[in-house]
Design a protein around this ligand. Sequence first.
Ligand SMILES: [Zn+2]
Length: 251
Amino acid sequence: MMSKAEGIVIRTTDYGETNKIVTLYTKEFGKIGLMARGAKKPKNQLSAVSQVLFYGLCLFRKGRGLGVLYQAEPLNSFRSIREDIEKMGHAALILELTDRLTDERRPSQAYYHLLRDTLLLMEKGTDPAVLSSMYALKMMPLAGIDPVLNRCIHCGNKKDHYLFSISEGGFLCMDCAKFDEYALVMSRAVQKLLPLIRTVPINRLGKVSLKAKTIGEIGSIIYAYYEQNAGIKLRSRRFIEQLSKFNQMND
Ligand SMILES: [Zn+2]
């Protein structure tokens, strides 16, 4: 029986001389793998859908393991993302994180919409670094590592100044600083932004613009948190770091 799904390609793998295996995150079925026969041939009708970041409607036959992709119709080409190396770097990070944190055939409308809306906002011009950090923070529950961001994780006190403790799992007040000698110092801006970023829906973000330093600080905390508490080190993160070093050199 044929199935139809709205989805975004999060990974592709070459298979044999002419085929590709396409991994999609879909609204209806969660993450699925589909065989795209002939997709490596340039003029094949499946060559467009077999690129990461393809977003559209797919027609396929579900199998016990891998399904077979028959047809796809794009809904947005994400052209402005594809044409910008910095946006593409952040989009790659978002897709890699989605792939690492989602399970096959476990659908979630909420997480699907989060992925789709994040990419649509990036396409429309919202700061890609802000979006990828927001996305990473909002995906933490899927990794089982949601940090405490509104009180001291140790004594529960609500103070106006905190450190960030990766090993304790969130904010740590100054009185409890002794419990983690490696706790990170946060600027006031970051202390206010972290809980906000987690609760505000991504499409209410508008054209938010943060200082590069602030968003850099937020990114360092989030990715160190993933690495130490979930063992997830993202390949795309290194690319973004190199790119930002390169940009600083050329400023
Ligand atoms: Zn405390």
